[in-house]
Structures are given as C-alpha cells and as structure tokens.
Design a protein around this ligand. Structure first.
Ligand code: UD1
Length: 376
C-alpha cells in the first residue's frame, strides 16, 4: 500500500487532517503524520491532539514562530530531508497556513504527488498571507480537493484540469459531526458562567484586525456595544493577547484563555451569536446553524453567506453593532451546503488512492499549458 505523508502545522490543521488520516488508514495506507511545529503552545496544540484522539505526530519538525520567510524556510529545510528519507508516494497538505505552502513546495520539487485538501478557496484579498498560501499551494498540487462548488469554479477559471479537481466536501465538518456529542457534554459554559443561548462568542486574530491599534480599538468598541445586549466571551489567541495588553478592554467583554477543540465547539453551539475573523468558524457556525458575523471585508468561504448563517460585516464598528442587533432580532435559518455531510475524508481517500494506483496521472504542469489567458 502507498506511503502517504500528511502535514499539520497550526491549530486549524489538526481537525482537517484527522478524518483524512482515518479514511486513508482504514483503506490500508501507510500514513505518516508530520507536525511542522508552527504552533507549539499546549493551548494551541496538545489540547487538540487529546480532544480529537489524534495520535502524537510520527515526526515533529519543531520549527516554531518567525516571520513568514523564516517560518517558510525553516519548515522547508526540515521537511526536505524527511521527504528524501521517507520517499512517500504522496504528500497531503490541508488548509492555507504557512506550513501548508512550505511542505507543498518541497514535495512538488521532490516529484512527489501533492494533494491539497481545502483547495480552490479565494478571498481575492492579496494582503492576506493565507490567500498567497492558497493560490501557490493549489498551483503546486496534483490533486485539488474543494470543500464547496465555488472552489471548483475558481479552479476551473484558473485553468486547472477537471481530472485534477474533486468536490470532496468539508473535512472540518466531518470532525465537527464526529465530535459534536462529546463537545456538547463539555462543562465549559458552566466554567465561564454562561447559559445556552445567553451569550455571544467572539474571536479575533487576523493580522489585519489586530496588528493595527486603531482597527483593533474599533472592533473592541463594537464588541463592547454588543456586550450591552448580552455577555460577549472572547477566547484570546496568542497573537491578539500581546496587542490587547495596550488596547484597553471594554466592560462586558470577557477575555478567556484559548479554548480546546471540544470546548470551543460547545461554546459555538450554544452561542446566540458569533463574531469572528476566522475562516473555519464561518464554516462551523454554518454547520451548527448559529448566526455568525464575520468582521472582514472579504471571505474565501462565500458558501457560508449564500448557503449558511454567515454575514460579512466589515470592520466599521457602527455596521457591526447594527448587524448584531438585526441578527439577534431576526436570526437566519439553518442551511447546510451539499457534501458537508461527515464523509469528505472518505471521498478524499478514495480519489487519492485511486490516483496513486492509476498508471496515468495528470501533472500540475499540464495546467500552465492550457491556463485561461495563456498564449496559444
Ligand atoms: C496562523 C495562520 C492562520 C490561522 C491561525 C490560527 C499563517 C500565515 N497563519 O496564524 O491562517 O488562522 O494560525 O491560529 O499560517 N504563537 C504563540 N504560540 C503558538 C503559536 C503562535 O504564542 O503556539 C504566537 C507567536 O508570537 C507567533 C504569533 O502567535 O509569532 C503568530 O503565530 P503564527 O503561526 O505566525 O500565525 P497565527 O497568527 O497563529
């Protein structure tokens, strides 16, 4: 059976690798879980392995934090000899973090099949590091697994071949459904003195929202206004923690440490409203049917707007507060995008293993020859 390396680096990767690993191993593949070490704090890392029942990484690269270039370079330098040593048949990367791009680049240059899970998402905001990571990772990948039809449309428009593109559904929602009952048994609401349906949950960590003090102050002001209507609980990401020290936190906004996976799902599931700049939370709230306001100007997950409970509200405090009041008064109905059904990991595994077993494999180099707009 083929040897498949699967890469996880940062918090949002862990719930995406689990269903793919499980499905590949159930089909007999030899899976090697590689952790790049991009995230390393217990609260960003260990708790997810415990909550998800993810085995400890088979290999840990221990790369740590740094600038984008430092982080990318460190992951690449550590991953390259590992690929040489393991000679995998394929490398699977998930999501859009720096580790995703770094490992895809190494694998592509080593001539190994690259599969990208969560392909085709586009915010069209080139100032987001994740948008750069998404575009380049897709370009390096042999197999592109899109979570939703908009991802397929984006990839087709960029000239990818139909036999590279696979609408697999959303692997993160596989993990959500697999763990929902356990999450709902968490006592996290009790620990924070919250009642189901009686609070709003906020998250904030995008550089565009937390690195500029004026933008951060505006968002905190907006959350403070919402907190006049109901308590707002904000689990604080390490990037944000540093910024909050000098920002001043409005009354009613309750700062709590970063939550583990099960606790965070429980907090989302029982919230009356979620305010976030995260990508994954837009999807999880849609799957849970919980109203979500995204404090960004764009989203790479438009399906959550058209077929979910998400609203894009930007970063203007007055607009955020008005939208929150509107949604509290008239919550949107629950809707579920197709193939967010708990079986995306199975579809990824079936396609990847069939691809590896096939003598004829399309290579990503084919894309360039036929890309839309390329010279004849
Ligand atoms: C990264 C991802 C982002 C994802 C987020 C989820 C990129 C470009 N960004 O952003 O897409 O939504 O993870 O959390 O890959 N830090 C710690 N402990 C840790 C990890 C980080 O204290 O375990 C601090 C460090 O000061 C670090 C900073 O957080 O410099 C930022 O970490 P980094 O991994 O560079 O980016 P995130 O903001 O976490």
């Amino acid at each position: 059976m083929p040897r498949i390396v699967i890469v996880a680096g940062a918090r949002p990767n862990f719930m995406k690798v689990k269903p793919v690993m499980d499905a590949l191993e159930a089909r007999g593949a030899d899976v090697v879980l590689v952790h790049t070490g991009q995230h390393y704090d217990a609260a960003m890392n260990d708790v997810f392995f415990a909550d998800l029942g993810l085995r400890p990484p088979d290999r840990h690269l221990g790369t740590g934090s740094g600038t984008h270039a430092e982080q990318t370079a460190r992951v690449m330098t550590a991953f390259e000899p590992l690929v040489e040593e393991l000679s995998p048949d394929a490398v699977v990367v998930v999501g859009d973090v720096t580790s995703t791009l770094a490992c895809a680049l190494v694998a592509a240059k080593a001539g190994v099949v690259v599969a990208h899970v969560e392909a085709g998402l586009r915010s069209r905001d080139w100032s987001m590091p994740e948008e750069v990571n998404r575009l380049v990772t897709d370009r390096l990948s042999d197999l592109l697994f899109a979570p939703s039809p908009d991802g397929v449309d984006n990839l087709r428009a960029e000239g990818y071949h139909d036999d590279q593109i696979h609408l697999a559904g959303n692997v993160m929602i596989d993990t959500l459904f697999a763990n929902l009952d356990r999450a709902l048994a968490s006592d996290v609401l009790h620990r924070h003195g919250l009642t189901p349906g009686g609070y709003a949950l906020a998250t904030l960590h995008r550089p565009a929202n937390v690195d500029d003090p004026a933008v951060l102050a505006g968002l905190l002001r907006a959350f403070g206004e919402v907190a006049r209507e109901l308590p707002v609980v904000l689990p604080v990401h390490p990037r944000t923690a540093v910024r909050l020290e000098s920002a001043g936190v409005p009354e009613g906004l309750r700062l709590v440490p970063p939550a583990g996976y099960l606790d965070f799902i429980a907090l989302q599931a029982s919230a009356r409203l979620v305010l976030t700049d995260s990508g994954g939370i837009q999807e999880e709230t849609t799957a849970l049917g919980v109203p979500c306001l995204t404090t960004r100007d764009s989203t790479e997950r438009p399906i959550t707007l058209t077929e979910g409970t998400n609203l894009l509200v930007g970063r203007d405090p007055a607009r955020i507060v008005a939208a929150a009041r509107e949604v509290l008064a008239n919550p949107p109905a629950k809707r579920s995008p197709a193939l967010w059904d708990g079986h995306a990991g199975d579809r990824v595994a079936d396609v990847l293993l069939a691809h590896l077993a096939s003598p004829v494999r399309p290579r990503p180099t084919d894309v360039r020859d036929t890309a839309v707009g390329s010279p004849a």
